[in-house]
Design a protein. Structure first.
Length: 499
C-alpha cells in the first residue's frame, strides 16, 4: 500500500509516530493509501527546520525569491494534469473540476511572482529638518497553514506562495483525507529552487494541529474549514500569541428577483449548488425566490438537476463525483431524509443513489428541497453536499432580511436585471463577497477572499493585499543625518521639534 510521508527540509521524511490514517478512493470505497500522522515531537522537528531556513530565506533578496516563484509557476503549469489526477483519486471530484482548482491556485502564485511591487514601502522626506520617515514591511518568521479536504491544492496555494514570497518559511498541515497533492506541490517547489526547509508538509490529525497552535516557534496560523474548528483555531492560537486568519463555514444565499432571467438563474443555481458535489464553502446552498417566480424557478432547477451525470471523477463524461467519505455521505443524506418532517417539499431526493460497477463508492444524488423553513436543520447547518434549499420571500426587503439574519456571511448573490436593486443589494447585504448575476463570487487573486460574521475569525482575509499584510508586519523608521557642513550641536534632551 502506498504511504504518504512528511516533506521536511526539502525531502521525504518517514513518519516516526507509528500512527497512520487511511486514504480512500471515494469512487470505489477502497483504502488505497495510508498517511503518516505526526506526533508533537515531529511537529517540533519541522518547526526547528523551518526556523533554521528562515535565517537565510528571510534575508534573501526579492530578486532571488521571485526567480524561484517564476520557475515554480512554470512547473505547476506543466504538471496541472498530474496534480489534478491526485486530487481526483483522493477527493473524488471530476478531472475538469480538479483542473479548475489548480488554475485558481496558480492565480495566487502569479500574484506572488509580483511581490516586488507589493512589498514596496513608503517614504516621507523632510518631515522636519533633515528628518525622513519610512515605512517598511518585514516577514514574521515561521508561519503555518491548516487546510481542508475540499480543495487539497488550491487552498494551500492561497497561503504558502504569498507567505514565502514575503520572506517567511511555511509549515503546511493538509487534510489527512487527501494528502498527496500537498506533497506534490512541495516537491515541485523544491525542484523550482526553493531552499530546503522553506516549505514543509507535516501530515497529521488533531495532535499535529494542537502542536502547531501551541508551538512558540510559530508566528501566525492560516486556516480554512468549518466554523466550529475555525473558532477553536482562532481562540487557541490567539491565546498563544499568534496572528490568526481562520476562515469558517458558510450558508451562501442567492436572491432571485421577479425580473431576473430565470433560465440563467436556474443554470447558475445548479452549477453553484451541485458543482464539486457541493463540497465547497462558496457553494450556493439556499435560493431565495422573490414574488411569484418560485414555482417556475424550482421547476427549471429540477429539470437541469435531473440531467447531471454522476460518476467516477476520472470518467470524462462525469459531471459530479462522489463525496469524500461514507460518513460524510450519510450525514448529508440525513438532512434530506429529515426535511419533509420539518416542513420542506422534497422535489428531488438523491439519497440511495449508486453508480453501477462502483456500488461501494461514496455516492449521493442531487437533492432539491422547496419551501424550506428557516428553523429547519437543512437550512441552519452547513450541509456541504449536493443539497439545494429553496425559500420564498414576498419582497426584496424580506429576502434581504432573511439572508442577513443568517449567522454566516461568506458569499451571496443576486440575480436581477435592475441595476438599482443590484446596487442596493451589494450595499445592504451582510456578507464579505457579493455576486451580481454571478453565483460564486470568488475574487480573483489580486483581491482578497473572506467572509463576515461566523464565516471569518480574525482581521485579515486570505490572499490579495490582505494576505500580504497578514504575512508581514510593519515597521516605521525615522532618521536624521547631520549635514556634513555643520559642526556637532551637542546633546538635546528636549522633546523632538517637528517644526
Amino acid at each position: 500500500m502506498k504511504t504518504v510521508n512528511h516533506w521536511i527540509g526539502g525531502k521525504t521524511v518517514e513518519g516516526a509516530s507509528g500512527n497512520y490514517g487511511p486514504v480512500t478512493d471515494p469512487a470505489t470505497g477502497d483504502v488505497t493509501t495510508q498517511v503518516a500522522l505526526a506526533s508533537a515531537d515531529e511537529v517540533d522537528a519541522a518547526v526547528r527546520v523551518a526556523q533554521e531556513a528562515f535565517q537565510s530565506w528571510g534575508q534573501s533578496s526579492l530578486a532571488a525569491r521571485t526567480k524561484v516563484l517564476f520557475a515554480y509557476r512554470a512547473l505547476l503549469d506543466a504538471n496541472r494534469d498530474a496534480i489534478a489526477e491526485l486530487i481526483t483519486a483522493e477527493h473524488g471530484k471530476v478531472h475538469s473540476d480538479a483542473l479548475g482548482e489548480v488554475a485558481r491556485g496558480l492565480e495566487i502564485v502569479e500574484l506572488a511572482c509580483g511581490i516586488t511591487t507589493q512589498l514596496k514601502g513608503e517614504l516621507s522626506t523632510s518631515v522636519s529638518s533633515r528628518v525622513d520617515v519610512s515605512s517598511i514591511r518585514q516577514p514574521l518568521g515561521v508561519v503555518a497553514g491548516i487546510t481542508p479536504f475540499n480543495f487539497p491544492a488550491m487552498v494551500p496555494m492561497w497561503m504558502f506562495p504569498l507567505a514565502v514570497a514575503c520572506g517567511n518559511t511555511f509549515i503546511l498541515k493538509p487534510s489527512e483525507k487527501d494528502p498527496s497533492a500537498a506533497n506534490k506541490l512541495a516537491e515541485l517547489a523544491t525542484e523550482a529552487g526553493l531552499p530546503a526547509g522553506v516549505l514543509n508538509v507535516v501530515h497529521g490529525d488533531k495532535v499535529a494541529v494542537d502542536a502547531l497552535l501551541a508551538h512558540p516557534g510559530i508566528a501566525a496560523v492560516s486556516f480554512v474549514g468549518s466554523t466550529p474548528i475555525a473558532r477553536h483555531i482562532h481562540t487557541t492560537a490567539s491565546a498563544n500569541g499568534k496572528r490568526v486568519q481562520a476562515l469558517g463555514g458558510a450558508k451562501n444565499h442567492m436572491l432571485v428577483l421577479p425580473d431576473a432571467d430565470l433560465d440563467a438563474a436556474a443554470d447558475a443555481a445548479v452549477s453553484a449548488a451541485y458543482g464539486s458535489a457541493g463540497e465547497r464553502c462558496m457553494a450556493i446552498s439556499a435560493v431565495v425566490a422573490v414574488g411569484s417566480i418560485g414555482d417556475t424557478l424550482v421547476e427549471k432547477i429540477r429539470e437541469r438537476a435531473e440531467k447531471i451525470k454522476i460518476g467516477p471523477g476520472n470518467d470524462p463524461t462525469s459531471e459530479m463525483g462522489p463525496l469524500i467519505t461514507a460518513a460524510h455521505r450519510d450525514k448529508v443524506a440525513s438532512y434530506v431524509k429529515g426535511a419533509a418532517d420539518q416542513g420542506a417539499d422534497v422535489v428531488l431526493d438523491g439519497t440511495g443513489y449508486t453508480v453501477g460497477g462502483f456500488e461501494k463508492g461514496h455516492w449521493i444524488g442531487l437533492s432539491l428541497l422547496d419551501n424550506v423553513k428557516t428553523d429547519s436543520d437543512a437550512y441552519r447547518d452547513e450541509i456541504f453536499g449536493p443539497v439545494l434549499c429553496v425559500l420564498r420571500a414576498e419582497t426584496y426587503e424580506e429576502g434581504v432580511a432573511l439572508i442577513n439574519a443568517s449567522p454566516f456571511g461568506n458569499g451571496t448573490a443576486i440575480f436581477t436585471r435592475d441595476g438599482g436593486a443590484a446596487r442596493r443589494f451589494q450595499l445592504e447585504i451582510e456578507a464579505g463577497m457579493v455576486g451580481v448575476n454571478v453565483p460564486i463570487p470568488v475574487p480573483v487573486g489580486y483581491h482578497s477572499f473572506g467572509g463576515w460574521k461566523d464565516s471569518l475569525f480574525g482581521d485579515h482575509h486570505i490572499y490579495g493585499n490582505d494576505g500580504i499584510h497578514f504575512y508581514t508586519r510593519g515597521k516605521v523608521v525615522t532618521t536624521r543625518w547631520p549635514d556634513p557642513s555643520e559642526a556637532p550641536v551637542g546633546v538635546d534632551l528636549g522633546f523632538p521639534r517637528n517644526h
